[in-house]
Design a protein around this ligand. Structure first.
Ligand SMILES: Nc1nc2c(ncn2[C@@H]2O[C@H](COP(=O)(O)OP(=O)(O)OP(=O)(O)O)[C@@H](O)[C@H]2O)c(=O)[nH]1
Ligand SMILES: [Zn+2]
Length: 206
């Protein structure tokens, strides 16, 4: 059945001018109206403000710089074995539907003189998760940021996620899990290094 609630109601000569004049809360209030709700009813009065706050939080990555976050915690350490931080949970929004996709990131690198503060590896995931994303790009961006920061011998990033746009709408598949990976340097060149990483992240616990 066709649902026309969110179709454009009035033709505006220059919609961007009109939107600039409105506050973000006004836009959310109008959205509620077009969905068929009464934005003035008790439970919804503060909702436009809440949506603004929630969306600002969920997209805070646009205000953050991976370079700056990593710069604060790079250490010269004589260690050239694999460093793995696995099971880093993340929540992102798909850029097609602005619905959440969420899951875990597993990150490894082999240093070449410098290591990264461990918490910063997790923060790096959030810098890119807290934006409108596709999983493949987010995977690549995390790997590239590590290369840029410490020029290691190699970097591997695997993201495993469930997409609500495939679960609660659209194709409605509840069990599917999407895995994406970026392998750079020695992880790309050496099957043995790659396999070591894969077997270490598959171990269920320490
Ligand atoms: N590759 C990739 N695709 C994604 C990601 N997130 C969402 N998508 C897909 O983006 C596609 C958008 O396809 P469209 O046909 O334009 O959108 P749609 O009509 O809403 O598609 P359905 O979800 O099949 O109903 C869908 O296949 C989504 O599953 C992602 O992170 N990576
Ligand atoms: Zn989507």
């Amino acid at each position: 059945m066709e649902d026309s609630r969110l179709e454009t109601h009035t033709a505006v000569a220059d919609p961007t001018l009109e939107l600039h004049a409105a506050s973000t809360e006004d836009i959310h209030r109008e959205l509620l109206r077009r969905l068929g709700e009464d934005p003035a009813r008790d439970g919804l009065i503060k909702t436009p403000e809440r949506i603004t706050k929630a969306m600002t939080y969920l997209t805070q990555g646009y205000e953050q710089s991976a370079t700056e976050i990593l710069r604060g915690a790079l250490f010269d350490v004589d260690y050239d074995e694999m460093v793995i931080v696995r099971d880093i949970e993340f929540y992102s929004l798909c850029e097609h539907h602005m619905l959440p996709f969420f899951g875990k990131a597993h990150i490894a690198y082999i240093p070449k003189g410098k290591v990264i503060g461990l918490s910063k590896v997790a923060r790096l995931v959030d810098v890119y998760a807290r934006r409108l994303q596709v999983q493949e790009r987010m995977t690549r961006e995390i790997a590239d940021a590590i290369v840029e920061a410490i020029h290691p011998q190699g970097v591997a990033v695997i993201l495993e996620a469930q997409h609500l746009c495939m679960m609660m709408r659209g194709v409605e598949k509840q069990g599917s899990m999407t895995s994406t990976s970026t392998m750079l340097g020695c992880f790309r060149e050496s099957a043995q290094t790659r396999n070591e990483f894969l077997s270490l992240i598959r171990r269920s616990s320490i």
